[in-house]
Design a protein around this ligand. Structure first.
Ligand code: OGA
Ligand code: MN
Length: 210
């Protein structure tokens, strides 16, 4: 059994949710450390490694639908979408995000209907150039969420998530295990800098139903 986390309904922390909501309202992003238990983070990282080793991931595309193209110099991560029922760890993670979605709807009134997410694996040197997470022809993504799965990450290993908040200094966030970052998908320009080691994460989006 995996240990309980603060996001189990019976342990859910109203305080954490209010902190995230305040951050998003005030400057468009929020960073929360120690968001998942170490045990769950390790299980998710192991699953991401396994998918990568078994050829279960594919090079991510840029754009959407028939307009999607693979351009590794713009975006170099390998991805695998999470599906309900694929593993105990993924189900546990999806339940935590479902609880967070419901909690954010109570404090932010963003009308978040659903959550989609994928594992992302950046090999050394891979990056994702500056972009917005909202597609030109689809405004369903409201809040972007990234959880990092990399133990003992050092700043000099690169791989930061660089946020470009409007009218403010850029923010570099080190992709350290169990750290959660949220930002407004339509507004926050951001990029993934290349790293000297494998960089694992789950990137996801709270969406409004189109
Ligand atoms: C993305 C993305 C950020 C990160 O997948 O769209 O910007 O830090 N990810 O992995
Ligand atoms: Mn992005």
């Amino acid at each position: 059994m995996l240990a309980a986390t603060p996001f189990d309904p019976q342990y859910f922390s109203e305080v954490l949710c209010l902190r995230i909501s305040d951050d998003l309202t005030e400057h468009g992003w929020s960073q929360q450390n120690f968001f998942l238990t170490e045990e769950l983070t390790i299980s998710l990282a192991a699953e991401c490694h396994l998918l990568n080793d078994d050829g279960g991931m594919k090079l991510a595309g840029v754009g959407r639908g028939s307009g999607q193209t693979v351009r590794p110099t713009i975006r170099g991560d390998q991805i695998a979408w999470l599906k309900a029922g694929q593993s105990i760890a993924c189900d546990r993670y999806l339940q935590i995000m479902e609880n967070l979605r419901i909690a954010l709807n109570r404090t932010l009134f963003l009308g978040l209907d659903e959550y989609e997410s994928h594992f992302a694996f950046y090999a050394p040197g891979a990056s994702y150039l500056k972009h917005l997470d909202r597609f030109r022809d689809d405004d369903s993504r409201i809040v972007s969420v990234v959880i990092y799965l990399n133990p003992e990450w050092l700043q000099e290993q690169g791989g930061a998530l660089r946020l470009h908040p409007e009218g403010m200094a850029t923010q570099d966030i080190v992709p350290l295990a169990s750290r959660l970052v949220l930002f407004l998908s339509a507004q926050m320009l951001h990029e993934v800098l290349p790293a000297t080691r494998d960089r694992l994460s789950i990137a996801g989006w709270f969406r409004r139903r189109p």
